[in-house]
Design a protein around this ligand. Structure first.
Ligand code: CTP
Length: 398
């Protein structure tokens, strides 16, 4: 998949730079052509000689070679590359990329590049959590650059948390899967719902659930990466999408989710309802804040519309409908029943009995059930990988 691909690796001043010679070696072994650009600070962590030797090309830092006056043209390199990977991406370089501060060869090349850009942040956890870094990453992602999420673990500072650069082997696997799956869903329209819904009690209180939206957002990102046009209907969540091809609509309540999904269903080839939609909503919403002194013995609830069941009734033969089932007991029977009664093509089952699965965690363990009662069991994986498994199965059906 990577043979013959022209890849620029931009290395910045972070201790994780020590992993990049291995990354370069792995890419060269895959048959890629690699041009390394390293910032001046990166040279304190890894030597140009090592990188030049492994990449079989001079590793560059300066726009001009002062010895022979050669110009290392960022414009030419930007046109040459099929892909640019900034790894490790330090907080400073992320900020320069986000603001267009082109004061070194790496950032000028980034601004000239016409190809997809991946970036793998690496820094201490407090720097990674800082609103400035979060905003810079969100800005890059909104523009279509692809974030390679840092891992959580022990950091060079001795602290433990998010900020550790993804391992070179996994970065190579991601780049391969980008090329492998890049076109498989081209032209398909996906409608995906994600996150929880909030049902208002009064202007300041609601009934909600613990859904983070991670699974639905991972599905939206992965489908877009595979070439689909994605409409994402998101309940309340702080998550951001990583891809330009995703059109996002934010909703709050089950009834707003219903309206948004219905409005977009007609054009959808595939609809995946991964949102955790409230089954009940308060019958009356107080217009003013309910005062403690008023007392509140109970909140009377009425059922919400089952969106998935409504879609099941409407769907045409060439539309695929995929539901989720979150169960705590009799998982397979309950999921099978939902598949039949809601007229689904597939149902993705999460069991809360499995640790690491379900709401609020970055991993999931699923079983996919089809109309013929075939069960496809998967191991505990990151939600990103789970999204890829679900889309592989959908692609098979398409
Ligand atoms: N769902 C929906 N509309 C609702 C409630 C749920 O479209 N008002 C969808 C969810 O997005 C999910 C599927 O239905 O894809 C199953 O949700 P789940 O809560 O597991 O099942 P329910 O059908 O609500 O049944 P129960 O809560 O009794 O298990």
């Amino acid at each position: 998949m990577l043979a013959g691909k022209k890849i620029i690796i931009g290395i910045t001043g972070s201790i994780a730079a020590f992993k990049i010679p291995i990354l370069v070696r792995l890419l060269i072994k895959e048959g890629a052509e690699v041009q390394v650009i390293l910032t001046e600070n990166a040279r304190d962590f890894v030597t140009p000689l090592t990188l030049s030797t492994l990449s079989k090309r001079p590793a560059l830092t300066f726009p001009f070679d002062k010895k022979d006056g050669t110009w290392n043209s960022h414009v030419d390199m930007g046109l040459w590359a099929d892909l640019m990977l900034v790894a490790p991406a330090s907080a400073a370089t992320l900020s320069k990329m986000a603001s267009g501060m082109a004061d070194n060869l790496l950032v000028t090349t980034y601004l000239s590049a016409k190809c997809p850009v991946f970036f793998a942040p690496a820094m201490d956890l407090d720097m990674f959590k800082h609103p400035a870094t979060i905003e810079n990453i969100a800005k890059l992602v909104r523009r279509g650059d692809r974030l390679i999420e840092p891992q959580t673990g022990e950091l060079a500072s001795g602290l433990s948390g998010a900020g550790r650069m993804e391992e070179p082997e996994n970065i190579v696997a991601m780049l391969k899967s980008y090329y492998e799956t890049g076109k498989s869903l081209k032209g398909k329209n996906f409608l995906i719902s994600a996150g929880p819904t909030y049902e208002a009690i009064d202007p300041v209180r609601f009934i909600g659930n613990y859904s983070s939206g991670l699974m639905g957002f991972a599905l939206a990102d992965e489908a877009a990466l595979r070439g689909a046009n994605v409409t994402l209907i998101a309940g309340p969540t702080h998550l951001t999408v990583s891809h330009r091809a995703i059109q996002r609509f934010d909703v709050v309540s089950a009834s707003e989710m219903y309206d948004a999904v219905m409005e977009n269903f007609g054009l959808a080839d595939v609809t995946i309802m991964s949102a955790a939609i409230a089954d009940f909503t308060p019958e009356n919403v107080a217009t003013e804040k309910i005062k403690k002194s008023q007392g509140l013995e109970y909140i009377k609830l009425k059922p919400t519309i089952d969106i998935l069941a409504s879609l099941g009734k409407q769907k045409s033969q060439n539309q695929l409908l995929v539901g989720f089932a979150l169960e705590t007991e009799n998982e397979f029977e309950n999921a099978g029943q939902k598949l039949d009664t809601k007229n689904l093509d597939l149902i993705v089952l999460n069991s809360l009995k499995d640790s690491g699965a379900g709401f609020g965690v970055s991993t999931n363990k699923i079983t996919i059930l089809d109309k013929n009662r075939n069960l496809l069991h998967f191991d505990l994986k990151s939600k990103k990988e789970v999204a890829a498994d679900i889309l592989d199965k959908i692609t098979e059906l398409l």
